[in-house]
Design a protein around this ligand. Structure first.
Ligand SMILES: Cc1cc2nc3c(=O)[nH]c(=O)nc-3n(C[C@H](O)[C@H](O)[C@H](O)COP(=O)(O)O)c2cc1C
Length: 225
């Protein structure tokens, strides 16, 4: 995977999206993944999104990096880049330098949070933003139905059934307008059986396509292939 390219930020810095010039391009999905073992399915989700003709970039938390670093977890060709927390700070040295979370927020047409773990779910529900992914989500215009946020939880069934999970999910859906792709019940990676597993990659890709279909005519002067 071409993990050293910097198209999203470079494009936003050049102002091409903001210029108002008539442009036609692919729709863009920013896939944010967190510290669930379900992050090993990120390459499969990316491939599904690429197969549907979308541009895809990935943002991972530091915990998710452990899973993405596995030899069997390399990104498919075509993924623009995997962005990490360290990129946020290495990109900014002085006024005028890229602020990565803002540039990625501007680049994306849709933010997909998959897998979304209990920790980042809790942070999002109360507005914490202490890493690249949560800063992007916090800077996302709330209620912008043209630029949806979709989330797919993944956690141990006891974590999923914990009363705080439902409270946090309700904030994401009802206050912030995020769209949930429900968990499934199966034998979890920890060996326990129950609800809490991330939905299948195909189901998540379908949810993305459904959400994007509402903006298929274009957005902010940009039309889509
Ligand atoms: C092997 C392993 C698997 C994990 N799987 C999950 C999981 O599926 N869901 C979850 O909520 N937390 C899981 N965790 C715990 C998170 O990684 C931990 O809460 C971490 O602080 C999350 O950080 P993040 O939200 O910034 O990614 C797992 C931890 C380990 C070590």
């Amino acid at each position: 995977a071409s993990n050293t390219e910097s198209e999203p930020v470079a494009e936003e810095r050049s102002g091409s999206k903001m210029s108002g010039a008539a442009t036609k391009r692919k729709r863009r999905v920013l896939l944010g993944c967190t510290g669930s073992v379900a992050s090993i399915k990120v390459p499969q989700m990316c491939q599904g999104l690429l197969d549907r003709g979308l541009d895809v970039a990935v943002v991972c938390t530091q915990s998710a990096e452990h899973f993405l670093a596995r030899a069997d977890c390399s990104m498919p060709e075509g993924v623009t880049r995997v962005w990490r927390d360290s990129d946020e700070w290495s990109s900014w040295q002085a006024r005028g330098d890229p602020v990565v979370h803002i540039d990625l927020r501007n680049w994306a047409d849709l933010l997909l949070l998959a897998p979304l773990d209990a920790n980042t779910l809790a942070k999002l529900s109360c507005g914490l933003c202490d890493n690249l992914l949560t800063c992007i989500a916090r800077a996302w215009p709330v209620g912008d139905i043209g630029r949806p946020i979709i989330f797919a939880l993944a956690m141990n069934s006891a974590m999923y059934q914990h009363p705080l999970t439902a409270k946090h999910v309700a904030v994401l859906k009802n206050t912030l307008g995020y769209v949930e792709v429900p968990v499934v019940a199966k034998t979890l990676m920890c060996g326990e059986v129950g609800a809490g597993a991330m939905a299948e990659p195909d189901t998540i890709v379908e949810a993305v396509m459904k959400a994007l279909s509402s903006v298929s005519g274009g957005l902010n002067g940009v039309s889509f292939f």
